[in-house]
Design a protein around this ligand. Structure first.
Ligand SMILES: [Zn+2]
Length: 253
């Protein structure tokens, strides 16, 4: 069996048999990978810390018939503080859920892994002016990388750049102009459109340090989650939980 060495982020963990864990890794070189970590639930197991959800580590594993078998792991970042902040934890779970949903096994994407570890780093070090803006930036970058648009800032129906863009079409995947607007389109104000363009195009570092209007971040996240849900064909569990949490606590990001 081939032995593989790669950096990876743990995007899912579940108990397996007596002392083991079944993990989903988002690896640098080989995309999504399911792997068993033997003894990872033992108190003194050597794989205990590297196999926690959101741990970023250098793993060595052997490829198996159904699952890979992890033989060694060295922690790079645990992003431990994420677990102490319920909003960050929920947004991080949302990112993990989307990576799991949108990537296939063996579909490597080192750029995406880098982007996500940067976002987790900014969150866990409390460096972001607005935590939600980084999640919105992830949503848009993920859609673009997956080749799912959305088209902005021109009309997805007539192609106009000059017309005022007043709405967003989930079905057609982009902004729409005043002339082409249908009742089913979601109204979009120019401020939010500008922010969405920035989230899609600007480097994550810039998005982290800029102050964003909390109301726009919330609207952008909601809009993009509706779009993502339409692409997936099923709702995203973590985002629903995030909404319940923010509405209940009256928290804006
Ligand atoms: Zn148009």
């Amino acid at each position: 069996m081939a032995s593989v060495k790669t950096k990876a982020l743990v995007i899912r963990e579940a108990p397996y048999q007596d002392n083991d864990k079944l993990l989903t890794l988002f690896t640098e070189k080989y995309g999504k990978q399911r792997a068993i970590a033997r003894g990872a639930r033992r108190r003194k197991g050597s794989l205990r810390s590297v196999t926690q959800l959101f741990s970023y580590a250098r793993f060595m594993y052997f490829e198996g018939k159904n699952f890979a078998n992890i033989s060694d792991g060295t922690l790079i970042e645990s992003f431990y503080p994420l677990r102490g902040n319920v909003i960050q934890m929920t947004l991080a779970s949302y990112i993990a859920e989307l990576l799991d949903d949108f990537y296939d096994f063996y579909q490597g994407d080192p750029e995406m892994l880098k982007a996500v570890t940067h976002i987790f780093y900014y969150w866990s070090e409390h460096l972001a002016q607005n935590d939600g803006a980084l999640a919105a930036c992830f949503q848009l970058k993920l859609m673009r990388i997956q080749g799912l648009g959305p088209v902005l800032p021109r009309c997805v129906r007539c192609g106009a750049h000059q017309e005022a863009l007043t709405g967003f079409s989930i079905a057609d995947g982009g902004t729409v102009c005043q002339k082409c607007m249908k009742p089913s389109d979601i109204p979009l104000d120019p401020g939010l459109l500008k922010d969405m363009q920035d989230w899609m195009q600007q480097p994550i570092k810039n998005i982290c340090h800029k102050k964003w209007q909390a109301a726009n971040v919330q609207k952008g996240l909601d809009l993009m989650d509706r779009y993502i849900t339409a692409q997936l064909g099923h709702p995203t569990k973590s985002y629903r939980f995030y909404k319940e949490l923010t509405e209940q606590k009256g928290i804006q990001n």
